[in-house]
Design a protein. Structure first.
Ligand code: GLV
Ligand code: MN
Ligand code: MN
Length: 405
């Protein structure tokens, strides 16, 4: 089956008709529909569908009697709230389409090949980015992960149980890891560098270190119409000062800092909030700069909180150290693509990926597909069909290179 038909079969699932964006947070009905789509797509190809102990999905092209470690591709199917269609699903669909292409060419792999869809990559529901790959790789504590809560207080354990999975089995999967020889994730580029370079596909070099911090500003609720300004302990004020400080710190460090999620309690228009909870997403080219910037933001937040009689709690929710993708594997990707006449520039990214987590445990690499406007994590995210098809051809060339004798 060609890319377009496969892409269209996934496209309606979880799309918000008001915005055109996707709401496929882990284990929600939309995500469960995507998971069923994955297993059906695998079954239609006689690929062995499997859900591992951490909720990650696998579609195995087995090679009977072969014990060599496998070549895995794939990405994730969950989305940020109101995300684009491509971030994640493009890598999964291209994985299946690349297998279709290889089979049409009668390619016979010398080792197992698999397509994977990792669980809760965005951390859009339970807060920890790349949760499924972190658990698989032993980079997240299963007990703590099981108790992560979504905005409604539902734990990961409860959500998994409702989806028919056993949270008691969460945790590092050394047996599965030992079978993985290499992981190559294809992903839409989340900037417009490839467009500027006139290339349909690129190869990732590294991922910036990044993390998420939760800030809890606790003030005192009161009446908006009667409380004198001087008497207020309004948590919204230090929060606002912190947003501005983050912007200034990021600019000063040539880094990135974002507050994209905030809640105010109890949320009355005519009341001073009792508490403001906000999440800082911070990223920088190197770890020392990242910590300096976050330290600066925290100091500003503490100063502002003290100035308004507000308590501040701040804690790290997830962290990804810098990732250098395996140079040997990258060179093999570049060689395989060059052999097919494909020019693939190299680029670094500030976005996190399952390939970055798995890179700590096995050779991993990434292919990027051009995103003309560079928009991502938003409904306007887009890649042209011809570029997606070029991605399939590139991925097939890479799998062929890695899974040959
Ligand atoms: C993943 O998309 C990230 O937030 O970097
Ligand atoms: Mn994303
Ligand atoms: Mn992604």
């Amino acid at each position: 089956m060609g890319f377009a038909e496969l892409w269209d079969s996934l496209l309606p699932l979880g799309r918000d008709p008001r915005t055109g964006g996707y709401r496929r947070q882990a284990f929600t009905p939309a995500d469960l529909a995507c998971r069923r789509w994955f297993l059906k797509t695998a079954a239609e190809r006689s690929l062995r569908g499997h859900c591992d102990r951490n909720g990650n999905l696998w579609a195995w092209w087995d090679v009977p009697g072969v014990t060599r470690t496998s070549v895995v591709t794939g990405s994730h199917l969950d989305s940020v709230p109101d995300g684009g269609a491509y971030d994640g699903p493009l890598g999964v669909v291209c994985g299946f389409a690349a297998i279709d292409l290889l089979r049409a060419r009668r390619f016979r792999p010398a080792c197992p090949v698999a397509v994977a869809a990792f669980c809760e990559e965005e951390g859009g529901r339970f807060g920890m980015a790349c949760l499924g790959s972190r658990l698989l790789a032993g980079a997240a504590q299963p007990g703590a992960a099981a108790q992560l809560r979504d905005a409604d207080g539902v734990t990961l354990a409860e959500a998994m149980t409702a989806a028919g999975l056993d949270p008691a089995r969460l945790g590092s999967d050394t047996e599965l890891l030992a079978r993985l020889g290499a992981f190559v994730e294809l992903h839409i580029e989340q900037g417009s560098a490839l467009d500027g370079l006139g290339a349909a596909v690129g190869i990732a070099t590294r991922i910036w270190p990044h993390g998420r911090w939760r800030l809890d500003f606790a003030g005192r609720a009161d009446h908006a119409g009667t409380t004198r300004l001087a008497d207020r302990r309004d948590p919204m004020l230090p929060y606002a000062a912190t947003v501005l400080a983050a912007r200034e710190a990021a600019a000063g460090h040539a880094a990135l800092a974002t507050f994209g999620k905030v809640t105010a309690e109890p949320g009355g228009t005519n009341a001073i909030s009792s508490a403001v909870r906000a999440w800082l997403d911070a990223r920088a080219p190197d770890e020392a700069v990242l910590y300096r910037m976050v330290g600066q933001i925290e100091a500003a937040a503490r100063r502002a909180a003290a100035g308004h009689g507000v308590e501040l709690g701040m804690r790290l929710e997830s962290f990804t150290p810098p990732v250098e993708f395996d140079p040997g594997l990258r060179a093999r990707l570049a060689g395989a693509l060059a052999g097919r006449g494909i020019t693939a520039p190299e680029l670094a990214t500030g976005a996190g990926h399952d390939a970055g987590v798995l890179a700590a445990r096995l050779p991993a690499a990434m292919l990027f597909v051009r995103n003309p406007a560079g928009v991502s994590h938003a409904p306007a995210e887009h890649a042209d069909q011809a570029d997606c098809e070029a991605g399939v051809v590139a991925l097939a060339a890479v799998i062929e290179e890695l899974a040959s004798r």
